[in-house]
Design a protein around this ligand. Structure first.
Ligand SMILES: [Zn+2]
Length: 287
């Protein structure tokens, strides 16, 4: 389902009749007033009431904020170029990040794998990956909320994922329920991956490292590197979210060999994932 688009303020290039120069002058005046207002607010250490002067965010529109990323993201940062000509001053030189993470409260997105879409892996006795994932994800959300984070619990193809901008996003899945009796190494263990062509490679490397180390520490499970596939590194959600949002997918274990810990200790699995997210957000060392 497409979200409703919101209209935004037209720029001066939309004016093609004789009233163009008047509109430009008017917008310049408004821009100047906004700039002075911003300086006054900054000088007084106040938050600028951005909603009154900024165009509303448009879904799918490129974010033109000068903010380097979520870590520095703050709602309603206002930039007015000192070299702005009359024409460019009237262009949207006042920009605001949309769906910006809060500088104070980290915002975390948790995708419960397959939820709202399909079953995922299936075991012969009817155990479904989608249920295993949701059990873990709901407990993870509770842990993260109790730490004071803002948390979005998301479905596999949640409409909110389009352009999703947060401090971190993690998608939770579990692996096949086939026995693979001859597999070497055995089909047991977990793995974590981020997108193959990352826009924030350093952050995502740190996220994956944090998650893998903390998960292994908490669960005692092995990292099953040989089964990291394009399904993970080219996971569809990575291409739907805002590319500045550091994101990872975790396969929590194999539903055959690791069934006991996945189904009997979902709270432990949730805590192990939370450990990794906290490690990343808090900038913890990962030895
Ligand atoms: Zn899955």
């Amino acid at each position: 389902m497409a979200r409703q688009r919101v209209s935004h303020v037209k720029g001066p290039t939309d004016a093609t009749d004789g009233s163009g120069s008047l509109i430009v002058r008017l917008v310049v005046v408004i821009a100047c007033v906004a700039a002075v207002g911003a300086m006054v607010y900054r000088a007084r250490g106040l938050e600028m009431p951005v909603a009154s002067v900024l165009p509303a965010p448009v879904e799918g529109a490129p974010l033109t904020t000068s903010s380097p990323g979520p870590a520095a993201g703050s709602s309603g940062e206002i930039t007015v170029s000192p070299q702005a000509s009359a024409e460019s001053a009237a262009l949207p030189s006042i920009v605001a990040p949309t769906l910006s993470p809060s500088a104070q409260t980290p915002r975390v997105g948790i995708v419960s794998g397959h939820w709202g879409h399909d079953t995922g892996a299936e075991c012969e006795d009817g155990l479904l990956e989608v249920d295993v994932n949701l059990d873990i994800a709901t407990q993870l959300v509770q842990i993260l909320l109790s730490r004071g984070y803002e948390v979005d619990l998301l479905q596999e193809f949640d409409a909110r994922l389009h352009g999703y901008y947060a401090d971190v996003l993690v998608s939770i899945h579990a692996d096949s329920c086939q026995p693979f009796p001859d597999a070497n190494p055995p089909m047991s263990g977990f793995k974590v991956a981020s997108v193959i062509d990352s826009s924030v490679p350093d952050e995502e490397m740190r996220l994956v490292t944090c998650m893998a180390r903390r998960y292994a520490d908490r669960t005692g499970m092995y990292y099953h590197a040989s089964t990291v596939t394009p399904d993970m590194t080219q996971y569809h959600t990575f291409y739907e979210i805002d590319p500045r949002t550091p994101a990872a997918i975790i396969e929590t274990g194999f539903m055959w060999a690791d069934r006991e810990i996945l189904t009997q200790q979902p709270g432990l699995i949730a805590q192990a994932i939370a450990d990794g997210i906290v490690c990343f957000l808090a900038g913890e060392e990962t030895p």
